[in-house]
Design a protein around this ligand. Structure first.
Ligand SMILES: [Zn+2]
Length: 286
Protein backbone atom coordinates (compact mmCIF):
# COMPACT_ATOMS: atom_id res chain seq x y z
CA UNK A 1 0.00 0.00 0.00
CA UNK A 2 3.09 2.27 -0.24
CA UNK A 3 2.56 2.60 -3.98
CA UNK A 4 0.53 5.82 -3.99
CA UNK A 5 3.08 7.93 -1.99
CA UNK A 6 5.87 6.51 -4.19
CA UNK A 7 4.03 7.42 -7.38
CA UNK A 8 3.36 10.89 -5.96
CA UNK A 9 7.03 11.34 -5.13
CA UNK A 10 8.09 10.22 -8.60
CA UNK A 11 5.60 12.57 -10.24
CA UNK A 12 6.78 15.44 -8.08
CA UNK A 13 10.40 14.56 -8.91
CA UNK A 14 9.58 14.53 -12.62
CA UNK A 15 7.78 17.85 -12.24
CA UNK A 16 10.82 19.30 -10.45
CA UNK A 17 13.05 18.20 -13.35
CA UNK A 18 10.86 19.71 -16.07
CA UNK A 19 9.86 22.98 -14.35
CA UNK A 20 12.54 25.56 -13.68
CA UNK A 21 12.73 26.25 -9.92
CA UNK A 22 13.69 23.12 -8.00
CA UNK A 23 11.11 22.89 -5.21
CA UNK A 24 11.92 20.86 -2.14
CA UNK A 25 9.53 18.04 -1.30
CA UNK A 26 7.98 18.84 2.08
CA UNK A 27 5.31 17.40 4.37
CA UNK A 28 2.79 19.55 2.46
CA UNK A 29 3.03 17.11 -0.44
CA UNK A 30 0.72 14.63 1.28
CA UNK A 31 -2.74 15.35 2.61
CA UNK A 32 -3.06 14.97 6.36
CA UNK A 33 -6.59 13.66 6.85
CA UNK A 34 -8.20 12.62 10.11
CA UNK A 35 -11.42 10.56 10.11
CA UNK A 36 -11.87 9.47 13.75
CA UNK A 37 -14.87 7.21 13.03
CA UNK A 38 -13.94 4.43 10.60
CA UNK A 39 -17.39 2.88 10.73
CA UNK A 40 -20.76 4.49 11.33
CA UNK A 41 -24.40 3.45 11.24
CA UNK A 42 -27.10 4.59 8.86
CA UNK A 43 -28.38 7.96 10.13
CA UNK A 44 -25.03 8.93 11.66
CA UNK A 45 -22.12 10.92 10.15
CA UNK A 46 -18.36 10.89 9.59
CA UNK A 47 -16.15 13.70 10.92
CA UNK A 48 -13.54 14.61 8.31
CA UNK A 49 -10.62 16.93 9.14
CA UNK A 50 -7.94 17.97 6.67
CA UNK A 51 -4.84 19.86 7.84
CA UNK A 52 -3.98 23.15 6.12
CA UNK A 53 -3.72 22.66 2.35
CA UNK A 54 -2.58 24.65 -0.69
CA UNK A 55 -6.19 24.98 -1.89
CA UNK A 56 -9.68 24.39 -0.46
CA UNK A 57 -10.17 20.61 -0.37
CA UNK A 58 -13.02 19.03 -2.27
CA UNK A 59 -14.81 16.22 -0.47
CA UNK A 60 -16.91 13.49 -2.11
CA UNK A 61 -18.95 10.73 -0.48
CA UNK A 62 -21.53 8.46 -2.16
CA UNK A 63 -21.25 10.56 -5.34
CA UNK A 64 -22.13 13.78 -3.56
CA UNK A 65 -19.87 16.77 -3.02
CA UNK A 66 -19.71 18.28 0.49
CA UNK A 67 -18.35 21.75 1.33
CA UNK A 68 -15.47 21.75 3.80
CA UNK A 69 -15.31 24.62 6.24
CA UNK A 70 -12.24 26.52 7.45
CA UNK A 71 -11.45 26.14 11.16
CA UNK A 72 -9.64 28.68 13.40
CA UNK A 73 -6.45 26.56 13.27
CA UNK A 74 -6.48 26.77 9.40
CA UNK A 75 -7.60 23.17 9.02
CA UNK A 76 -10.75 22.16 7.08
CA UNK A 77 -13.66 20.19 8.50
CA UNK A 78 -16.95 18.60 7.47
CA UNK A 79 -19.50 16.36 9.18
CA UNK A 80 -20.56 14.04 6.34
CA UNK A 81 -24.02 12.51 6.79
CA UNK A 82 -24.95 8.88 6.11
CA UNK A 83 -28.59 8.81 4.99
CA UNK A 84 -30.80 6.57 7.15
CA UNK A 85 -31.83 4.44 4.16
CA UNK A 86 -28.28 4.26 2.64
CA UNK A 87 -27.18 0.73 1.75
CA UNK A 88 -24.77 -0.68 4.37
CA UNK A 89 -21.28 -1.61 3.12
CA UNK A 90 -17.83 -0.29 2.25
CA UNK A 91 -17.45 3.21 0.86
CA UNK A 92 -14.65 5.75 0.45
CA UNK A 93 -14.34 9.39 1.36
CA UNK A 94 -12.49 11.13 -1.46
CA UNK A 95 -10.52 14.27 -0.62
CA UNK A 96 -8.92 16.28 -3.40
CA UNK A 97 -6.95 19.53 -3.60
CA UNK A 98 -5.46 21.23 -6.66
CA UNK A 99 -2.45 18.88 -6.46
CA UNK A 100 -3.33 15.86 -4.36
CA UNK A 101 -6.05 13.28 -3.96
CA UNK A 102 -6.66 10.65 -1.31
CA UNK A 103 -9.32 8.05 -0.53
CA UNK A 104 -10.20 7.04 3.02
CA UNK A 105 -12.10 3.75 3.30
CA UNK A 106 -15.08 3.80 5.66
CA UNK A 107 -17.85 1.36 6.51
CA UNK A 108 -21.60 1.97 6.88
CA UNK A 109 -23.36 -0.42 9.27
CA UNK A 110 -27.10 -1.12 9.38
CA UNK A 111 -28.95 0.49 12.31
CA UNK A 112 -31.68 -2.18 12.45
CA UNK A 113 -34.40 0.37 13.20
CA UNK A 114 -37.87 -1.14 13.21
CA UNK A 115 -40.74 -0.39 10.88
CA UNK A 116 -43.35 1.73 12.61
CA UNK A 117 -46.92 1.12 11.46
CA UNK A 118 -48.85 4.34 11.77
CA UNK A 119 -52.61 4.60 11.59
CA UNK A 120 -53.87 8.06 10.85
CA UNK A 121 -57.32 9.17 11.91
CA UNK A 122 -59.47 10.24 8.93
CA UNK A 123 -59.12 13.94 9.86
CA UNK A 124 -55.29 13.72 10.10
CA UNK A 125 -55.15 11.54 6.97
CA UNK A 126 -56.58 14.38 4.93
CA UNK A 127 -53.69 16.67 5.95
CA UNK A 128 -51.11 17.16 3.22
CA UNK A 129 -48.07 19.42 3.52
CA UNK A 130 -48.65 22.76 1.85
CA UNK A 131 -46.18 24.01 -0.75
CA UNK A 132 -45.02 26.81 1.58
CA UNK A 133 -43.99 24.44 4.37
CA UNK A 134 -42.43 21.92 1.98
CA UNK A 135 -40.25 24.42 0.11
CA UNK A 136 -39.37 26.80 2.95
CA UNK A 137 -38.45 24.02 5.39
CA UNK A 138 -36.44 22.11 2.77
CA UNK A 139 -34.52 25.26 1.82
CA UNK A 140 -33.85 26.18 5.46
CA UNK A 141 -32.54 22.71 6.30
CA UNK A 142 -30.07 22.87 3.39
CA UNK A 143 -28.40 26.02 4.73
CA UNK A 144 -24.59 25.90 4.63
CA UNK A 145 -23.27 29.01 6.34
CA UNK A 146 -19.49 29.24 6.82
CA UNK A 147 -19.41 30.36 10.46
CA UNK A 148 -19.42 27.64 13.12
CA UNK A 149 -21.82 28.86 15.78
CA UNK A 150 -22.23 25.75 17.95
CA UNK A 151 -19.78 24.92 20.71
CA UNK A 152 -19.36 21.80 22.83
CA UNK A 153 -21.97 19.21 23.68
CA UNK A 154 -25.62 20.09 22.91
CA UNK A 155 -28.39 20.42 25.53
CA UNK A 156 -31.64 18.46 25.56
CA UNK A 157 -34.27 20.86 24.19
CA UNK A 158 -36.95 19.86 26.67
CA UNK A 159 -37.40 17.63 29.71
CA UNK A 160 -39.49 14.49 29.17
CA UNK A 161 -39.36 10.92 27.95
CA UNK A 162 -38.17 10.11 24.44
CA UNK A 163 -41.33 8.60 22.98
CA UNK A 164 -39.98 7.92 19.49
CA UNK A 165 -36.40 7.35 18.32
CA UNK A 166 -34.71 8.68 15.21
CA UNK A 167 -34.64 6.48 12.10
CA UNK A 168 -37.74 4.32 12.62
CA UNK A 169 -38.97 3.32 9.19
CA UNK A 170 -42.55 4.28 8.52
CA UNK A 171 -45.52 2.69 6.93
CA UNK A 172 -48.79 4.61 6.93
CA UNK A 173 -52.12 2.77 7.16
CA UNK A 174 -50.57 -0.56 6.17
CA UNK A 175 -48.76 0.79 3.09
CA UNK A 176 -45.07 0.26 2.15
CA UNK A 177 -42.15 1.95 3.93
CA UNK A 178 -42.03 5.37 2.32
CA UNK A 179 -40.17 7.42 4.92
CA UNK A 180 -38.56 7.34 8.32
CA UNK A 181 -38.64 9.36 11.50
CA UNK A 182 -36.32 12.31 10.92
CA UNK A 183 -35.74 13.27 14.53
CA UNK A 184 -36.67 12.28 18.07
CA UNK A 185 -39.95 12.90 19.86
CA UNK A 186 -39.88 14.07 23.45
CA UNK A 187 -43.16 13.69 25.30
CA UNK A 188 -43.93 16.68 27.55
CA UNK A 189 -47.00 18.62 28.67
CA UNK A 190 -48.24 21.46 26.48
CA UNK A 191 -46.54 24.70 27.50
CA UNK A 192 -43.22 23.12 28.59
CA UNK A 193 -40.40 25.50 27.55
CA UNK A 194 -38.34 24.43 24.51
CA UNK A 195 -34.69 25.49 24.49
CA UNK A 196 -32.24 25.84 21.65
CA UNK A 197 -29.84 22.91 22.01
CA UNK A 198 -26.84 24.99 20.86
CA UNK A 199 -25.81 28.44 19.68
CA UNK A 200 -27.30 29.45 16.36
CA UNK A 201 -29.44 31.77 14.31
CA UNK A 202 -33.21 31.47 13.75
CA UNK A 203 -33.66 31.08 9.99
CA UNK A 204 -37.33 30.03 9.88
CA UNK A 205 -40.43 30.45 11.98
CA UNK A 206 -43.72 29.17 10.61
CA UNK A 207 -47.20 28.84 12.06
CA UNK A 208 -50.28 26.77 11.26
CA UNK A 209 -52.02 30.00 10.23
CA UNK A 210 -49.25 30.63 7.69
CA UNK A 211 -49.72 27.18 6.14
CA UNK A 212 -47.58 24.87 8.31
CA UNK A 213 -50.49 22.45 8.66
CA UNK A 214 -48.41 19.24 8.81
CA UNK A 215 -45.34 20.39 10.76
CA UNK A 216 -47.35 22.68 13.03
CA UNK A 217 -45.71 25.74 14.54
CA UNK A 218 -42.08 25.30 13.54
CA UNK A 219 -38.66 26.84 14.25
CA UNK A 220 -35.48 26.10 12.25
CA UNK A 221 -32.09 27.10 13.65
CA UNK A 222 -28.84 27.32 11.69
CA UNK A 223 -25.94 26.17 13.88
CA UNK A 224 -23.45 26.87 11.06
CA UNK A 225 -21.18 24.85 8.78
CA UNK A 226 -24.00 22.75 7.32
CA UNK A 227 -25.71 21.86 10.62
CA UNK A 228 -29.33 22.91 11.16
CA UNK A 229 -32.09 21.89 13.58
CA UNK A 230 -35.88 21.80 13.41
CA UNK A 231 -38.38 22.04 16.29
CA UNK A 232 -41.93 21.04 15.40
CA UNK A 233 -45.50 20.90 16.75
CA UNK A 234 -44.84 23.88 19.07
CA UNK A 235 -47.65 25.51 21.02
CA UNK A 236 -45.99 28.93 20.93
CA UNK A 237 -42.93 30.47 19.27
CA UNK A 238 -40.98 33.13 21.17
CA UNK A 239 -38.20 33.95 18.66
CA UNK A 240 -38.07 35.82 15.35
CA UNK A 241 -36.36 35.03 12.06
CA UNK A 242 -32.86 36.51 11.93
CA UNK A 243 -32.41 36.41 15.70
CA UNK A 244 -29.29 34.87 17.21
CA UNK A 245 -29.90 32.40 20.02
CA UNK A 246 -27.65 31.09 22.76
CA UNK A 247 -27.43 27.51 23.91
CA UNK A 248 -30.32 27.05 26.35
CA UNK A 249 -32.30 30.07 25.17
CA UNK A 250 -36.07 29.49 25.12
CA UNK A 251 -37.48 29.49 21.58
CA UNK A 252 -41.06 28.39 22.28
CA UNK A 253 -43.20 25.83 24.10
CA UNK A 254 -44.25 22.21 23.56
CA UNK A 255 -47.58 21.71 21.81
CA UNK A 256 -49.38 19.39 19.42
CA UNK A 257 -49.97 21.59 16.42
CA UNK A 258 -49.86 20.04 12.94
CA UNK A 259 -49.93 16.27 12.48
CA UNK A 260 -49.52 15.14 16.08
CA UNK A 261 -51.59 12.95 18.35
CA UNK A 262 -50.44 14.26 21.77
CA UNK A 263 -48.26 17.12 23.06
CA UNK A 264 -44.62 16.41 22.22
CA UNK A 265 -41.55 18.07 20.78
CA UNK A 266 -40.11 16.76 17.53
CA UNK A 267 -36.41 17.72 17.38
CA UNK A 268 -34.47 16.96 14.20
CA UNK A 269 -30.86 17.69 13.23
CA UNK A 270 -29.70 17.95 9.62
CA UNK A 271 -26.30 18.00 7.91
CA UNK A 272 -26.35 19.49 4.38
CA UNK A 273 -30.10 18.83 4.34
CA UNK A 274 -29.81 15.14 5.37
CA UNK A 275 -31.43 14.08 8.62
CA UNK A 276 -29.05 12.56 11.23
CA UNK A 277 -29.68 11.25 14.74
CA UNK A 278 -29.85 14.25 17.14
CA UNK A 279 -28.72 12.14 20.08
CA UNK A 280 -25.19 12.08 18.58
CA UNK A 281 -24.82 15.75 19.53
CA UNK A 282 -25.78 15.19 23.18
CA UNK A 283 -22.96 12.79 24.00
CA UNK A 284 -20.04 14.29 22.07
CA UNK A 285 -18.70 17.70 20.95
CA UNK A 286 -17.87 18.08 17.26
ZN1 LIG B 1 -41.36 13.15 15.47
Amino acid sequence: MKLRPLVTLLLLFAAALTSTPATAISAKDTLRIDVPEKSRQQGQFFTVKVADTSSKPELWFMERNYAMFRQPDSSWKALVPVENLARPGSYALLIRTDRLEQKIPVFVKPNYRKVQHIRLSPSKQAIKATSIEKTRIKDALQTESPEKRYKGVFLRPSPGRISSMFGLKRSYDGGPVTSYHKGIDISAPQGTPVKSTAEGRVILTGTVAEGYVLHGNTVVIDHGQGLTAIYMHLHSITVKEGQNVDKGEIIGTVGHTGISTAPHLHWGTYLYGTSVDPLLFLGHAY
